[in-house]
Design a protein around this ligand. Structure first.
Ligand SMILES: Nc1ncnc2c1ncn2[C@@H]1O[C@H](COP(=O)(O)OP(=O)(O)O)[C@@H](O)[C@H]1O
Ligand SMILES: [Mg+2]
Length: 414
């Protein structure tokens, strides 16, 4: 590992000799790194390399099996003291951690609202809370209404709320775990601007990504994790993309596509069996004919496409282009004004989610945190939720029936 340019005593946050196991998986094997004020460290590595595990440990959510975390050269506070830990380091996770039912200002001061008569047990000073939230956001040029309920915000705006929350707590060290995953392009650029601005103001940043382009765009330094080991740390100017790809995959491969480096190796898709085919039955064709919609605020003007059984078709477009609306219509989660959707010979009834499910159309929504699952239920209940008609008895779904049904899926309860 390269010697850090600045002595580690000046690091805002440091991890040293971190080990973490999950059962038989040795997720981190003696990882050490430091984050410095005014620098942005890109942490890159393929899926499963251990990036998120390191983030959880630095954030004080997970205790390491061995090793230490320190802030400004001092040992980290006890994991029990969440508030103290939060003032040292804050994390914007891949999935939003704002409370949708509370306003922006309430989320910014979650758990530590300003009180009348200063600190202590005085009544919450709501006016002060709004004003402070507004002031912090205005100071950084963040354009979000402090009184808006967070449930009405875009993914980008929720991220802004989380960054503001960190700044309000006086945190000078920020971790961003794959923050662009759910953002459209304009929002990504705005996030980059914010990250640069924070860095120039002396905040220490760790930026986790498996997109190398992003790392090159905003990071001053880079660290590569591979199979739980830190295999490279360097200033961004000292390394090229090839060096990083090689470090990530652990071998030289001439025609390796760096954009693919984040995904695990893919097996070629099985060829769909022919119409009279041998092998598994081919899935029916999905036919979208002249679908038009104006009711959801996004305009679709007669979209037609066919997805043949066995094909995978990507639909892309800028935010507001209608790609999500089209998916929602196909899934029966939104209705249409004209046209039809067919699966094989079966014409789907517009806006009939249950019917679409019965026909075999699964749907993983864009904002999975808000629409895709119920956080208070377990994995088994979430997996079984869409098939309750198949596993219920007399209208009730037993716990064991849900668990059995979910066991067939990776990640389901075991
Ligand atoms: N809570 C957990 N329980 C069991 N295994 C886990 C858990 N979290 C992570 N892992 C495993 O640890 C390894 C590293 O995972 P992770 O830190 O999420 O990688 P990355 O963020 O780089 O994709 C993976 O093999 C993953 O399956
Ligand atoms: Mg991860």
């Amino acid at each position: 590992m390269n010697e850090p340019a600045i002595p580690s005593a000046l690091a805002a946050a440091s991890a040293e000799g971190i080990h973490k196991r999950f059962g038989s998986t040795h997720a981190l094997r003696g990882v050490g790194l430091s984050l410095y004020p005014g620098r942005c460290l890109g942490l890159v590595g393929r899926n499963g390399a251990g990036k998120s595990t390191l983030v959880s440990i630095l954030s004080g959510i997970v205790a390491p099996d061995a090793g230490e975390v320190s802030f400004d050269g001092q040992p980290a506070p006890s994991l029990v003291d969440v508030t103290a830990w939060r003032t040292r380091i804050a994390t914007v996770f891949q999935h939003s951690m704002v409370v949708p039912g509370l306003t922006v200002a309430e989320n910014v001061f979650l758990g530590r609202p300003p009180r009348r008569g200063g600190r202590g047990l005085g009544a919450v000073d709501w006016r002060q809370m709004r004003e402070q939230a507004r002031k912090i956001m205005a100071g950084w040029g963040f354009d979000v209404n402090a009184d808006a309920p967070c449930g009405s915000l875009t993914v980008e705006q929720r991220q802004v709320v989380e960054i503001t929350r960190a700044l309000a707590a006086g945190t000078r060290c920020l971790l961003l775990d794959e923050p662009t995953a759910a953002l459209e392009r304009g929002a990504v650029q705005r996030l980059f601007d914010r990250v640069r601005q924070l860095r120039e103001a002396g905040v220490a940043i760790m930026y986790i990504s498996h997109h190398l382009e992003e790392a090159f765009e905003i990071c001053t330094d880079v660290a590569v994790l591979r199979d739980g080991e830190l295999v490279l740390t360097a200033a961004m100017t000292e390394v090229g993309k090839d060096d990083l790809v090689t470090a990530m995959v652990g071998e030289k491969s001439k025609d390796h596509d760096p954009e693919r480096a984040g995904s695990p190796a893919r097996a070629p898709a099985p060829a769909p069996a022919g119409p009279r085919g041998r092998g598994p039955a081919r899935a029916p064709d999905l036919v979208v004919s002249s679908v038009a919609s104006a009711s959801t605020g996004v305009f679709l003007a007669g979209v037609s496409l066919t997805v043949r059984g066995g094909e995978r078709v990507g639909i892309t477009g800028l935010h507001g282009s209608g790609a999500t609306t089209l998916a929602r219509i196909v899934a029966g989660a939104a209705t249409l004004d004209a046209g039809e959707v067919r699966l094989g010979d079966h014409v789907l009834r517009p806006g009939d989610r249950a019917g679409a499910l019965r026909a075999g159309i699964g749907y993983i929504p864009e904002d999975r945190q808000a629409e895709g699952f119920v956080p208070l239920l377990g994995a088994a209940e979430n997996i079984a939720m869409t098939i309750t008609d198949r596993i219920s008895r007399a209208g009730f779904v037993g716990r064991s029936a849900a668990r059995n049904a979910s066991r067939r899926w990776p990640g389901g309860s075991r």
